[in-house]
Unconditional design. Structure first.
Length: 149
């Protein structure tokens, strides 16, 4: 993550080669974790087995359909990756607090998430506008340029 955000290049830091079996095992573990999450959610929302099964199938289909575009978007916008990780931390802290019987009103969490998404949207629009402006002016793009600074 630091390498992505700071742009520093590290040479010769290869730690090993991933084998096909290890990659398949990691994918299977992640799939099981996310499938269990979907199953638990479906069980909590319905008492009918066909409805639960349909909910899991739809959830997996949506994940498969959305994974490509989402992955491309996150790879081209590394700040979104940081934002998503911060949301996971926020939700994790809220869950731990709830487990300790300290209730955080959901409105506070939703507002924090909405505010962060709004700021990131403005940053993405500003970056797009800067890129377009530098291309129109024919000068090389300077990623360190911050308007008004």
């Amino acid at each position: 993550m630091h390498h992505t955000m700071e742009g520093e290049e590290e040479e010769g830091t290869s730690r090993g080669v991933a084998t096909f079996g290890s990659v398949v095992a990691q994918i299977m573990v992640l799939d099981i974790v996310f499938s269990l999450d979907s199953v638990i959610t479906a069980v909590g929302m319905s008492n009918h087995l066909p409805v639960m099964m349909l909910a899991v199938i739809i959830a997996v289909a949506v994940m498969l359909f959305a994974s490509g575009p989402t992955s491309r978007f996150v790879q081209t916008h590394p700040t979104v990756k940081m934002l998503a990780l911060s949301f996971l931390i926020l939700v994790g802290v809220a869950l731990v607090a709830d487990g300790l019987h300290f209730h955080i009103p959901k409105g506070y969490l939703y507002f924090a998430i909405a505010f962060s998404v709004g700021v990131e949207a403005l940053n993405l629009m500003a970056a797009k506008r800067r890129k377009r402006r530098t291309q129109e002016e024919g000068r090389p793009q300077d990623s360190s340029y911050v308007p008004g600074a």
